[in-house]
Design a protein around this ligand. Structure first.
Ligand SMILES: [Zn+2]
Length: 170
């Protein structure tokens, strides 16, 4: 069940769920360490017709992504658990027409009657990855992250460095 009619899911307030692994998520897999990396992803989507007068769905992700810690070099498992409210539009043009103040906390994406579920989950996972993959007990407190070390060096060591580019699209 890779593709679904996302507008129909919204309209019927239906529910879909599935499991994905690294081989289903090539863009994510390219960001994690090839030697020790892996992904176990459970996702579910519940249709939410009518929110902001648009088709929508809540996407819930429960994922464990394993890659290499940038500090100690040992494998580290990142746990990503989140529910993201989406609104679906029919075209980029329709998305651009939504005033910024109206999109609230929603992610707005172009829906489809043949919507690629794995790509949808994958994009959300990629946006959820931390800037630095590291063990909690290897890490400095989050609020001090930007004060530590040489940023250029951290960038080189960061397996998710190319994410910054992706995130700027948002
Ligand atoms: Zn570590």
């Amino acid at each position: 069940m890779q593709y679904t009619d996302i507008f129909e899911l919204s309209r019927t307030r239906g529910e879909l769920s599935g499991e994905l692994a690294a081989q289903d998520l090539p863009a994510l897999a390219s960001l994690i360490d090839p030697g020790c990396g892996g992904a176990l992803v459970h996702w579910s989507a519940v249709g939410t017709a009518g929110r902001n007068d648009l088709p929508g769905a809540d996407l819930t992700i429960d994922a464990q992504i394993t890659t290499r810690c940038v500090r100690c070099g040992e494998p580290v498992t990142l746990v990503i658990r989140k529910t993201v409210p989406f609104l679906f539009v029919k075209s980029e043009k329709e998305a651009d027409a939504i005033p910024i103040e109206d999109d609230g906390d929603y992610e707005i994406v172009v829906g489809s009657r043949k919507f690629d579920l794995a790509a949808w989950v994958e994009e959300e996972l990629i946006l959820s990855l931390p800037a630095f993959a590291q063990h909690d007990d290897c890490a400095p407190p989050a609020e001090h992250m930007h004060d530590e070390g040489d940023p250029a060096e951290a960038e080189r060591a960061n397996p998710f460095a190319c994410l910054a580019e992706l995130k700027r699209r948002r």
